[in-house]
Design a protein. Structure first.
Length: 111
């Protein structure tokens, strides 16, 4: 009987861990390009050091959430998402994508 309880416990842990992995994978998936989340953004604007605004904030959000970038402690949530494309954003983009400038369309579609 003890063997069955251990088997159930192990199966439960595997399901729990698997569920977290699937959730993380789903969150990493890009949003559809025609998504309402991007309706107010210029997806073709080339973002580079010195750029600022909502497009940069979305780029920073993608870098932090999908690429695990550390952008410092600026911004409302102190996670580096502040809408200003500075040195840390440039370094994070270079590490994640190998480029110093990009449009949102390029990073959203993973090109």
């Amino acid at each position: 009987m003890l063997k069955n309880k251990n088997t159930l416990l192990i199966a439960g842990v595997v399901i729990l861990v698997g569920g977290f992995a699937i959730n993380k994978w789903l969150k990493s998936m890009p949003k559809p390009i025609n998504s309402d989340a991007y309706s107010d953004l210029d997806l073709d604007m080339v973002l580079a050091k010195g750029s600022n605004g909502m497009e940069v904030a979305e780029l920073q959000r993608i870098l932090v959430n999908q690429y695990g970038a550390d952008l410092g402690f600026t911004g409302v949530e102190k996670n580096g998402i502040d809408g200003d494309f500075g040195n840390m954003t440039e370094k994070a983009l270079l590490k994640a994508k190998g480029v110093k400038q990009i449009s949102l369309k390029q990073i959203i579609t993973k090109k």
